[in-house]
Design a protein around this ligand. Sequence first.
Ligand code: SF4
Length: 483
Amino acid sequence: MTVRVGDAAQAPDFEAAAKKLLRDTQLRRNLRHATDVARKKRSLVVGETPDWQLLREAARRIKEHTMRHLDIYLQQFEESCTRAGGKVHWARDADEASRIVVDIVRAHNEKEVIKVKTMTSDEIKLNSALEAAGITPYETDLAELIIQLGGDAPSHIVAPALHRNRMEVREIFIKKMGLTQLGDTPEALAEAARLYLRERFLRVKVGVSGANFAIADTGSVCVVESEGNGRMCVSLPRVLISLIGIEKVIPRFGDLDVFLQVLPRSATGERMNPYNSIWTGVHEGDGPQEFHAVLIDNGRTGVLADPESRETLHCIRCGACLNICPVYRQTGGHAYGSTYSGPIGAIVTPQLQSMQHSQSLPYASSLCGACYEVCPVKINIPEILIHLRSKIVANGESPFSERIGMKAAGFALSNGGRLASAERFARFIQRLYERDGKLQHLPGILKGWTEYRDMPALPKESFREWWAKREKKSRETKKGTGS
Ligand code: SF4
């Protein structure tokens, strides 16, 4: 099995990557601006929805129910889709999924595909597999096109080019589209992309999409987007291939009622996505005449098997948790070294991919809980982060300094006398580092605690010492008064 999540297996530790990215002031400016705009838009449309909390709860319940009966709903999807003229393929891992897509394209003697934005494609590294097979993939979502032409990696699950500003996009377009002049207004850039893509939309015979939802009772697939490129990709080509993570299945068509309210509000701050494409199998003379649904596991059944973190699979990839996360807002998505970034990336990547490669990710959080508050399907990300951290510790994979620190704390805390000695020693040391009641710039392995923040100093005496003194005084008073 080749479970793969983008390039996460080769990525450096979060901490090392974040340190480097924190020095990029332009990136941080772009990030702050883009996430501020996204948060403002979301809070406006969420604020005007009086039953928002009920919608969240409904979404959570549908997902929880689906995951409990995932086997049944996946088979139901297969039956419904096949009945409607589609063909369903099952892929255990990234390589198998890519092989299925390459084989379908080759069977039609085609050398190009047009693509709708799909994180699952990035996850399995489909573009590399297509290129290795001599097939050219064209990304048609504006942000994905910027990423592809710039030889870059996505940094946000909804807005993959969020780290780029307009001038940078203009430079990429001029260089890669062979333009001699180009304005830097959003209209000019969108027009350049439109002209570049339009001819490909009409020429290329195979389309590749992801899926926001795969509907079990009808066998339909739903993709929501804002640009209309998705609609072109799923309706113009002769052959359509949809990559569907197995967690994307929902039981009934009617469940879309809930998800099509919570997803756009959380993702792009819109009441409704401008384009909601839903198709079911094939129809003679209308749209693609061949439809393939590739159901991809790639580590998901492993996540499903853990009851404490299973709800990770409820994610509808709205990106709201990224925009609110104080860590993501500083470092951006590239620090996570994976297709999935931010709080959801910190829990999904280590679970899909071996923890060995991504064990720094569960620590990429302040555990402030903001991600849980905004999540439209109420995934308790902080609890899952703690669960993953405990797994790392149980596997003996926590950092050496942390293991030593915990052992020392365990030794001192398990005995009152030892704790008192440790406190006296700590108070002696703190005289050297205390400034205005705060500990600053501690040495050695404690440096990490005080490098960027102050730590409150220990009180002059512990509660036990204060109590012992009080008791002694009261005894002496009693003795003195003879009572
Ligand atoms: S975890 Fe929740 S908030 Fe984050 S992307 Fe997934 S659905 Fe959205």
